[in-house]
Design a protein around this ligand. Sequence first.
Ligand SMILES: [Zn+2]
Length: 210
Amino acid sequence: MKVIGKPDFLNLYYKQFKPYLRGIDISKWNNLNLYLLTPEEMPNTSLNSTRPHFQPPNTIRIPIVNIEGIDTKVVFDSNIHLIAHEIGHFIHTTYLPNEKIDDPLWGKWANLTGNKLDFTWKTTNFGGSRHLYPHVPSFEDFANNFKDWLLGKCVYMEKFFMSLWKQNAKINEEQLNIFKDILNNTGEDGKIKLFEILSKYNPRAIIYLK
Ligand SMILES: [Zn+2]
């Protein structure tokens, strides 16, 4: 995975997004290019090209919109879930076959998440000045689920996602409960020690404790 953008965007990425990737072997996402761009730098080639998007097979472009009077840290924070979602599109495009309703991997994902598979194109009208938004429901559900997992909101998906790029799950629900118990019941010293040990042996687990 390569991240491309001006130095202040890269700094924000390393401080605010990179921590979510702790414990993930992102060298396995070896040909992914993530571009963090100013709105002016976004391509103007199609209806969707100026908004955050994944362009198959391996390009993500995120416009970082600077708003006067708002701290760039806050601005970047609002993009974290968008970056995670677009990486989700890269993941299903790379590791799951496109639009195969009877594929075992898609079936497994649907079972784990309770989602229904739907690979038909839908068009959503957001109204007002916004143009119609074409999408495939299962691709969007997958990208949202991946985002939730990456940001530490569903430990039960750890095994499934990590296995796609042949990594073992770093933590399961049982271990998470033990760590939460230590976090809540061993005082300040216990907390410090827990994070020390996790940083060394299982940095991915920290995502779920924050
Ligand atoms: Zn999407």
